[in-house]
Ligand binder design. Structure first.
Ligand SMILES: Nc1ncnc2c1ncn2[C@@H]1O[C@H](COP(=O)(O)OP(=O)(O)OP(=O)(O)O)[C@@H](O)[C@H]1O
Length: 308
């Protein structure tokens, strides 16, 4: 299937000289939820701003549903809804007028039934006549989403959708994103919150210092890079690891009360049996043991650290 967005050899240097993006190559599949993860300043906003035509690239090419974002800007932009990071400034306009205006900007005919459905899905219907400036921060954010959806885009960008929002809004947002996906909308979100990517995304891209260092199916990523840990609570604390155990990837934690063994989930053998035999050979007894799989967060932190 043709990708809905295709980014090729994209570069961006700001006039300050800062190289914010370096040779980005990325294809977004139609109908997927793609999470772009990266630390502050990695280039996430720059990348989506270029795709949305707000920032101009210094090199490379971006196609949105077959339309070049520079030479065929209007057609490309009409496919996209963008929920930006910042709250817009206060306005005296009502919620309804603001959202209807956003739809009009794209030359779409009026469709009050559709706008009502959008406002209802965002729990904004009873605020439709309220002035934006009188709304709470969370409500304003909901209005931003309604504005982005007003022209029925096929692609929705959410830049840090849940940064600083309360639990209710976060839950509503996730539900809305899932519903939109069911309707065939492609969703690209940037986030610092790994649990958001873990919960929502089909694929994850990791960006660090302007470079896309990894793009992977979420499940594959977690599988491929996932390490498991076995934690053993010791009967008697150890002051140091006995020399005979150095062959194992072991760490002594919790003031010597806990031994942590890290192993690869994909290795032929986990080495656990040998470890337990070796422990017993050293008269090291444990009273409890637990195993845990590393989360996307740990994977992400490790990746970005390796890159640094
Ligand atoms: N208009 C600009 N002029 C100069 N440099 C800029 C401009 N906008 C962004 N930058 C720089 O480009 C880099 C990437 O910024 P960008 O906002 O894309 O990062 P980000 O990954 O979205 O970060 P955050 O998670 O903090 O939003 C940063 O070093 C930033 O300071």
């Amino acid at each position: 299937m043709q990708p809905v967005i295709s980014v090729r050899h994209l570069d961006k240097a700001y006039t300050s000289g800062h190289q914010a993006l370096k040779d980005i190559n990325l294809e977004i599949r139609r109908g997927e939820i793609f999470a772009l993860l990266g630390p502050n300043g990695a280039g996430k906003t720059t990348l989506i701003s270029i795709i949305c035509g707000i920032v101009s690239p210094t090199g490379g090419e971006v196609m949105v549903d077959g339309h070049n974002i520079l030479s065929d800007y209007r057609a490309a932009r009409a496919q996209i809804g963008l929920v930006p990071q910042e709250l817009f400034t206060n306005t005296f306009e009502s919620v309804w007028a603001t959202v209807a205006f956003s739809r009009g900007l794209f030359g779409k005919p009026k469709n009050p039934a559709y706008l009502e459905q959008v406002l209802r899905s965002l729990s904004l219907w009873d605020k439709k006549d309220a002035k934006i400036m009188a709304l709470s921060g969370g409500m304003k954010r909901r209005v931003l989403i309604a504005k982005a959806l007003a022209h029925e885009p096929n692609i929705l960008f959410l830049d840090e959708p849940t940064a600083g929002v309360d639990v209710d809004l976060r839950r509503d947002m996730w539900e809305l994103v899932r519903r939109l996906r069911e309707q065939g909308v492609t969703i690209i979100l940037t986030t610092h919150y790994i649990e958001e990517a873990e919960e929502m995304a089909d694929r994850v891209g990791v960006i660090s210092k302007g470079e896309l260092i990894l793009v992977e199916d979420k499940a594959t990523l977690m599988n491929k890079l996932g390490k498991k840990q076995l934690k053993l609570q010791l009967q008697t604390p150890l002051s140091e690891l006995p020399g005979g155990l150095t062959a194992f990837q072991l760490e002594l934690c919790d003031n010597g009360h806990q031994l942590v063994y890290t192993y690869d989930t994909h290795a032929e053998q986990t080495g656990i049996a040998e470890l337990l035999r070796a422990l017993s050979g050293h008269q090291i007894d444990f009273k409890d043991l637990q195993s845990s799989q590393s989360s996307l967060e740990e994977i992400f932190v490790n990746l970005v650290r390796e890159k640094a």
